[in-house]
Design a protein around this ligand. Structure first.
Ligand SMILES: [Fe+2]
Length: 532
């Protein structure tokens, strides 16, 4: 308030102008500019920084009120004080409404000029402070609103993240469908959630998975009713959001809200995810629809990817196995050796408590363990008599060649290892790497026993098959030297149960499904020949 100010005084009475000039110019902190009418005053305002203005009310050409209006078009923050005789109440109100902040009543004393300036500036300071406080308050409220919005967004992102993480880890279609009905209940207020497989025309509905919120399990909705209403309402495959009070279909039912989203692969619907809220005031929202839509798209994507991968995997496996069969078919003594070895290995693996994943690995590796023989010259591979040392060295390269073939595919790192090491020995005297004991992959140790049994139990060009009693004796004797004793123990148990050298069936590729490497283990079989 004490800083330097440019004060404009507008009056057609030159004496008034002189009084102001004399009084204010004597003060260090005030400079006075004067104008005899509104036009001159506006010019001064355009060309100077004016901090305060006194104006007469009655002036020729442009009265004080008109001047105030115009000067506030240039600067609406300029404090303007009107100099007038005692105004009537109506005049005073009209004048103040025009933007005048105070009156200086004529005739006035000199000191009233400075007092008016101070009073106006103090009021102005209070006003500014109030405005600032108000802005601060509004700022805080805006910040709180933004915080709430941000928290909601974080919650939404967490929900989406949970969906992504959980869905990406599933390993089977049934697990996926169980997961999406559970997640749908977690991220919405659903009492019940259901997943249906549907045909492309959405005429056939097969319930696959359901989830009931704890405490809300009683009196589940009729599946027939749900399917009937979905058939009617979702015939075009668009997501559905129904709320009691907005949709007549729900009146008189136990359902107060229903949401349904389709699952599609290549734009074709194959499933529908449904959420239901019963007998409560809660209703599904557009956000629920968004979340469930996001989840259904992700689940569809995972299913499509798995199906594509499985298709590639199956085609690849079928091609590779065709190679193996072709190799084995050239030698009547080794025909179907790999199939039998696989069967034996899986029987041993089951006895040892292998997981489904390990059994899948055994299935793949067993069928392809000798694929490396494709790189062995026929003169050695098909030689009717015993091999020379040099020839045997060539034969010994087949696990490495096989592992390389599988390794180049880039999809089967575990299978590659199992195949590479199926001729290692427990005592470290095997090939190709001379691995010892538990450093040999576990499944390779199983394959080694199965492989050796089948080799001995098959006729060869240079010998007849070895009697079973003798094979069992040899296998037992080699436990702890050639073979892993634990594997031999399991082999002997399986043998005693009659599961070795059982019936033979043709190999079938894995059926379609979510599990990428799910081979139909129960359809595997046993058969013939062996390698050296
Ligand atoms: Fe082999």
């Amino acid at each position: 308030m004490s800083s330097h100010m440019n004060i404009l005084v507008v009056d057609d009475d030159e004496m008034i102008l002189e009084i102001f000039e004399d009084f204010l110019n004597s003060m260090d902190t005030r400079s006075v500019l004067t104008a005899k009418d509104g036009f001159e005053a506006l010019d001064l305002c355009r060309n100077n920084k004016i901090d305060f203005c006194f104006t007469d009310l009655n002036m020729p050409g442009m009265d004080g009120i008109e001047f105030v209006k115009r000067v506030h078009q240039l600067d609406n923050t300029l404090p303007v004080v009107v100099m007038t005789g005692y105004p009537s109440a109506d005049n005073a109100i009209a004048t103040l409404k025009s933007g005048v902040v105070d009156f200086l009543v004529k005739p006035f004393k000199m000191e009233e000029i400075e007092l008016t300036i101070r009073r106006v500036l103090e009021k102005r300071a209070l006003f500014v402070e109030n405005v600032l406080l108000k802005e601060e308050l509004e700022g805080k409220e805006r910040l709180q609103a933004l915080n709430r919005e941000l928290s909601d967004k974080i919650k939404d992102l967490k929900a989406l993240n949970v969906i992504l993480q959980e869905i990406d880890w599933v390993t089977s279609s049934s697990e996926l469908f169980d997961l999406i009905v559970r997640l749908a209940a977690e991220i919405t207020a659903s009492d019940e959630t259901h997943f249906y497989l549907v045909d492309e025309n959405m005429r056939s509905w097969e319930p696959i998975a359901s989830f009931y919120r704890k405490g809300r399990e009683g009196d589940p909705c009729s599946q027939a009713w749900i399917q009937e209403i979905l058939t009617r309402k979702m015939s075009d495959g668009t997501p559905l959001l129904m709320k009691d009070g907005h949709d007549d279909s729900l009146s008189g039912t136990q359902i107060c809200s229903l949401v349904a989203v389709p699952l599609k692969i290549r734009w074709k619907i194959f499933g529908v995810l449904v959420g239901i809220i019963k007998d409560r005031s809660a209703l599904f929202t557009e956000k629920d629809l968004h979340f469930l839509g996001f989840m259904s798209r992700r689940a569809s994507f995972v299913i499509e990817n798995a199906a594509l991968y499985e298709n590639i995997y199956q085609n690849l496996f079928a091609t590779l196995y065709a190679f193996v069969e072709a190799i084995e078919a050239r030698d009547p003594y080794t025909k179907q050796h790999s199939s039998r070895v696989t069967e034996f290995a899986i029987s041993i693996g089951r006895e040892m408590g292998c997981s489904d994943e390990q059994l899948d690995l055994l299935n793949f590796s067993g069928h392809l363990h000798d694929i490396g023989k494709i790189g062995i010259p026929d003169r050695i591979l098909l030689k009717p008599g015993p091999l020379t040392d040099e020839e045997y060295e060539v034969i010994k390269t087949h696990p490495v060649i096989g592992a390389k073939i599988i390794g180049h595919l880039g999809l089967m790192a575990e299978e590659e290892k199992v195949i590479r090491h199926h001729h290692e020995r427990w005592d470290g005297h095997g090939y190709p790497d001379g691995l010892k004991g538990e450093s040999i992959p576990f499944l390779s140790r199983i394959l080694a026993v199965a492989d050796a049994y089948d080799a001995m139990a098959s006729d060869r060009a240079y010998r007849k098959k070895i009697p079973d009693e003798l094979i069992i004796k040899m296998v037992r004797e080699n436990a702890g030297s050639q073979f892993d004793s634990e594997v031999v123990r399991a082999f002997l148990k399986v043998y005693q149960k009659g599961r070795i050298a059982s019936g033979v069936t043709a190999f079938q590729p894995a059926p379609s499904g979510l599990k990428a490497k799910s081979m139909p283990l129960n359809t595997l079989q046993v058969a013939a020949p062996v390698h050296r």
